[in-house]
Design a protein around this ligand. Structure first.
Ligand code: ADP
Ligand code: MG
Length: 183
């Protein structure tokens, strides 16, 4: 069976979000039956929803995976829990949030999974890192990520360099296209 391209959104605004995101990308590179293909820069931005919480750090990665959608969700939730995620208010603060944005071109609507992930078409902090690593990416309905980004509501984003190879202790394959053009 061929692997499937899955885009994953990462978000954190508690603890040390920059390190949380770096550690999560490192952990994603070790998922079974999965290769980390690309990782975006990290985008710092003010919270949606309650404003009395720290800024978020967001990023998007591309995985090439043999895991089925629910296996991937289980793996991501295990990483969230390992990072110390606990239940908080809606759109509230979190140590680590890992969402499956798209899984190939599949549309999934079950109790545990909604793919494409809700709200992706409007959220600049998802669309900007996504377009950065995959300019040609599309939603299953054919809408291009780059076009959605161009049309997305304004939201301040401060871009930090990608997690470099130095931050990733693992031996990532040379074929892995980490996206850090200026380094
Ligand atoms: P959000 O990410 O929307 O802020 P949560 O991370 O708290 O909210 O949502 C957790 C629930 O969302 C999980 O129990 C999971 O089953 C469900 N879920 C539905 N679709 C997805 C998806 N595409 N990726 C990740 N979780 C999803
Ligand atoms: Mg989530």
């Amino acid at each position: 069976m061929l692997p499937v391209d899955a885009f994953i959104a990462l978000g954190s605004n508690l603890g040390d979000p920059l390190s949380q995101i770096a550690a999560a990308i490192e952990a994603l590179s070790h998922l079974p039956h999965t290769q980390l293909m690309r990782a975006s820069k990290r985008y710092v931005n003010p919270p949606m929803g309650p404003q009395d919480q720290p800024d978020y750090v967001n990023a998007v990665v591309l995985l090439s995976t043999h895991l089925a959608p629910l296996e991937l969700l289980d793996a991501l939730q295990a990483l969230e829990h390992a990072a110390g995620r606990f239940a908080t208010r809606h759109w509230g603060e979190r140590v680590l949030d890992l969402d499956i944005l798209t899984y190939g071109s599949q549309i999934i609507q079950t109790e545990r999974l909604t793919i494409p992930h809700v709200g992706v078409a409007e959220r600049r902090f998802v669309l900007a890192p996504w377009a950065e690593i995959a300019a040609q990416a599309q939603l299953p309905d054919g809408r291009r990520i780059a076009d959605l980004l161009a049309a997305a509501p304004n939201h301040p984003l401060h871009v930090l360099p990608a997690v470099g190879r130095d931050d990733l202790a693992s031996n990532l394959p040379d074929s892995m296209a980490m996206n850090h053009p200026e380094t």
